[in-house]
Ligand binder design. Structure first.
Ligand SMILES: C[S@@+](CC[C@H](N)C(=O)[O-])C[C@H]1O[C@@H](n2cnc3c(N)ncnc32)[C@H](O)[C@@H]1O
Length: 461
């Protein structure tokens, strides 16, 4: 068995180099995850020497919970490797939300595919809705036929298969199954090592996915972005291109795809490939990963051109008809401090550290030479960095200097259309309102405010 695993590892290293241009160091670092698989297998073996199958099963169940698998990942694979490969396993809470979305279909016994299954967190969550047989072996056989998945790394596939076996055994806990006697190598063979896009897995009725988050260079034929793009966005496009008509796809995605201005064309692309979209904000990914995510449920059109509407999930502004952009022009500060040359005229200069929250700044002592656009006071600046956990999402200051001011690009500038200080004061009051935080938390959960979010922000009087 060990020799087989070494052969598999060599194949994976060759595949990673060939298909992904990834380095072998990455594959070797991930190989450490096999320690976790060995630990699960040792529970199986111990189980053959102990009399109470049920109590062994209970310790196995605890050991394979999503939290345990995620903590094994953190323990065995260094953070820089996990970040490089976008390896973050879904929490139980989010995995259950994904599974629940598909529950009516899963109960009817449709097949399900996770193209980047990792250690199987999403598939394990889906098991609770799958039909069962009369015995453990019946159930394991039924689920083996329904479950498909793939991942680049053999250690993850091995862990996913073992976890599914234990989950099936737990459905028949009363059978007092001897885990040690189960031939785990013959079950869940629909989970395969490989690249989701070259494996040629037959399309399933349901697809679940938590794709890698991170950035990649946009391929030349990418029509919705250029430069660095979200890998998760690219994964979704590829999956929808492969999808058959009526296929359900439920994905966990980073909030920036939902709210980022630069992903508007990505959203349009999704709308053109699906007949239905629903979205559910899912909060922070997990306690260790400071990124907000949402769950998207799509029904693929199978290549038919669609003009589905991206859902509007913003709170309705009852009785409110005005927006910040009705009264203010909105710009991003223009000075990029570490890149811009120190040349041109000298101006008072304001940046994130000197923009004291909620204050009116009348005499700015710091100056900087700049050839960039400068702004005429009075105006409001708000910090671009902003998190849903902050007391205020939109922290503002008024700039009321007598000269034009150079502004760093970590600040957003709001210029009153009527040029008055009074409008700036009214805006600060509006930004301080709890309703502003509530609205922004629905609209944008990533850690940067965007011009478009401020453009649409209601003006609370
Ligand atoms: C964010 S993790 C999600 C794992 C699992 N589905 C979950 O929810 O816990 C993404 C997984 O995608 C895998 N992956 C990345 N690129 C892949 C590709 N091209 N084909 C298959 N798997 C891939 C990574 O190895 C990683 O396990």
């Amino acid at each position: 068995m060990r020799q087989n695993r070494q052969k598999e590892r060599l194949k994976v290293e060759q595949m990673l180099q060939r298909d992904n241009g990834q380095d072998i160091k990455l594959a070797r670092a991930v190989a450490k995850f096999s320690d976790y698989c060995d630990e699960i297998e040792s529970i199986f073996k111990e189980s053959s020497t102990k009399s109470s199958g049920e109590s062994r099963l209970q310790s196995a169940i605890i050991y394979i919970q999503n939290g345990e698998t995620a903590s094994a990942l953190r323990r065995l694979i260094p953070l820089d490797v996990r970040k490089q490969a976008g390896m973050f396993f879904t929490s139980t809470e989010i995995a259950e939300k994904v599974a629940k979305r598909l529950s009516p279909l899963l109960k009817t016994g449709v097949d399900i595919f996770d193209p980047a299954c990792g250690a199987g967190n999403l598939l394990v969550a889906c098991c609770q809705y799958l039909p069962c047989g009369k015995s453990f072996y019946d159930t394991a056989r039924i689920w083996s036929e329904l479950m498909k998945g793939c991942d680049l790394f053999p250690e993850f596939i091995r862990a996913a298969r073992l976890r599914l076996v234990i989950t099936a055994a737990n459905r028949h806990a009363k059978e007092n199954i001897n885990l040690g006697k189960i031939n785990t190598e013959s079950l869940f063979l629909g989970l395969k090592i490989g690249n989701a896009f070259s494996l040629g897995v037959a399309p399933s009725k349901c697809v679940v996915i938590n794709p890698p988050f991170g950035y990649m260079t946009a391929p030349e034929d990418c029509r919705w972005g250029n430069g660095k793009i979200q890998i998760a966005g690219w994964f979704m496009e590829r999956l929808l291109q492969m999808a058959s008509e009526g296929q359900h796809l439920v994905a966990v995605l980073p909030d920036v795809l939902k709210s980022g201005t630069r992903y508007k064309r990505w959203r349009d692309m999704i709308c053109s490939l699906v007949s239905k979209i629903s979205i559910e904000p899912a909060g922070r990914f997990d306690a260790d990963t400071d990124i907000d995510v949402f769950i998207i449920h799509l029904i693929a059109s199978g290549g038919k051109k669609c003009s589905t509407k991206w859902p509007d999930i913003l709170p309705t502004n009852k009785g409110l008809t005005t927006k910040v952009s009705d009264y203010f022009e909105i710009h991003v500060g223009s000075v990029v401090p570490h890149r811009d040359p120190i040349e041109g005229e000298s101006y008072p200069y304001i940046h994130a550290r000197t923009a004291v929250p909620w204050q009116t700044l009348e005499r700015i002592s710091e100056r900087r030479r700049s050839i960039r656009k400068v702004f005429s006071p009075p105006f409001v600046v708000v910090h671009r960095t902003s998190s849903p956990s902050d007391k205020h999402r939109c922290v503002g200051s008024i700039v009321n200097e007598s000269q034009e001011v150079a502004v760093e690009n970590h600040l957003i500038v709001l210029l009153p259309k009527d040029g008055s200080l009074e409008s700036c004061r009214r805006l600060l009051d509006s930004l301080m309102c709890p309703a502003t935080d509530k609205w922004l938390n629905r609209r944008i959960r990533c850690r940067h405010l965007t011009v478009s979010a401020l453009h649409d922000l209601p003006f609370y009087e």
